[in-house]
Design a protein around this ligand. Sequence first.
Ligand code: 5AD
Ligand code: SF4
Length: 468
Amino acid sequence: MKQLDHFTPYSIEFMQKTIDFLMREVKTFHVRTYGCQMNELDTEIMKGMLENRGLTPATEENADLLLFNTCSIRDLAERKALGKIGRLGKLHENRPVIGITGCMANAKKETLFKKVPYLDFVLGTNNIHELNAILDEVLLTGKQPVKVDSRFEHELDYTSAKRTDPVKAHVSIIRGCDKFCTYCVVPYTRGPESSRHPDSIVEECKKLAANGYKELTLLGQNVNSYGKDKPEWSCLFHDLLYRLDAIDGIERIRFMTSHPVDITRNLMEAIRDLPTLCEFVHFPIQAGSDRILRKMHRLYTKGEYLDKVALLRSIVPNVCLGTDIIVGFPTESDEEFEETYEVMKAIEYDCAFLFSYSQRKGTPAMRWKDDIPEEVKEARLQKLLTLQNEIYTTKREEFLGKEVEVLVEEQNFKDDSLLKGRTRCWKNVLFSGEKTHIGTLQKVKIHSYSHQTLMGELIAHNPLSLVI
Ligand code: 5AD
Ligand code: SF4
């Protein structure tokens, strides 16, 4: 009964507070999500589990149960979540039940109770199936349970996931990561790779198609490793893609994220040959210097990476590429950073996520001093951002006057006469149209652009693909 430690044991006040605590009724919930798409999907699954239990969604201020589905990838992500939880605790006199889930649960485990004394439970990324059980334990005993398994072993109820987007759905195909890049916490917070059975994936995707979903994004820390941990299934990533492409009603399939060493010729040919598979590959290079790549344990050299990009571009000439880059990795010299800059310039990525190195407890890179001053990291980041913005502008100009295929996702937030959608290569497009176009594929002619968005005009209303 740790939460009640500040009351004198067995005093009337203590007894009353104990009774109040144990009689808390939990009827409503709110989940706040930090981090990647995998966390967003886990949140949708947890919402489904809570609604199946009879709870209803509520605002953060009114919920009886608050879940923080956290991220540990960089220090800032953790600080944001802890700051928020800290502020909430102070605000609530009759506070809600509070649980921390996600990567921070695995990274920090019971030490979270020291940082957040009024926390009720800690539930790791591999224990989502136990959400309702841990909630029962809290409500029945008033204990502060911690469940953080090191590997993912239990199937989840994906079909009950509470999806808010009616057009696009995330589908988990593999969890965990065996790559052990020296800067990264994921292999420790999510554990080893664990592929989901292909039959279960196909069954879920068929149901999504039957419910009107048009675009699926297959998720995993390294989707290209799919099936390698289960050779008895004889189903590698490209085999799975052929099975999913055959499902009626799905217009587009995407996948996130890839490790360059596992991108195979078979996968490249699947992108070329499968009509649903979008010509977009997230191909994270992380750094352009061979010494830094070795120190990061990325398992490829710059030359090998460039060869693979060239092979992909020869097989799929219209492919678009995305990347992640870390600047300021320990000991990165100015010259080594310039190599990253030059690679970025040479490849001209369609999408780039740029990060400053952030030291993570428990990772192999902790053995090196975080020796690049923050202002140097910031200057390197700005230099890459400027370059990337120039590349974006050139690429957007190339779209002017061209026709693109857009999957219409929603009305524009600010002006509902405008519709928002994306091209197969993940470019945002705005154009005027009807609400009934949502969920359909439309041809749009691009006439201008602003910031990251292409603006265009509907060429001809395409009623054939009307679905919702
Ligand atoms: N510091 C900075 N960026 C990181 N990433 C992962 N770990 C760190 C870290 N310690 C970035 C990588 C990865 C992306 C998801 O986050 O670029 O691809
Ligand atoms: Fe982290 Fe590397 Fe695995 Fe990506 S491939 S999740 S960066 S360890």
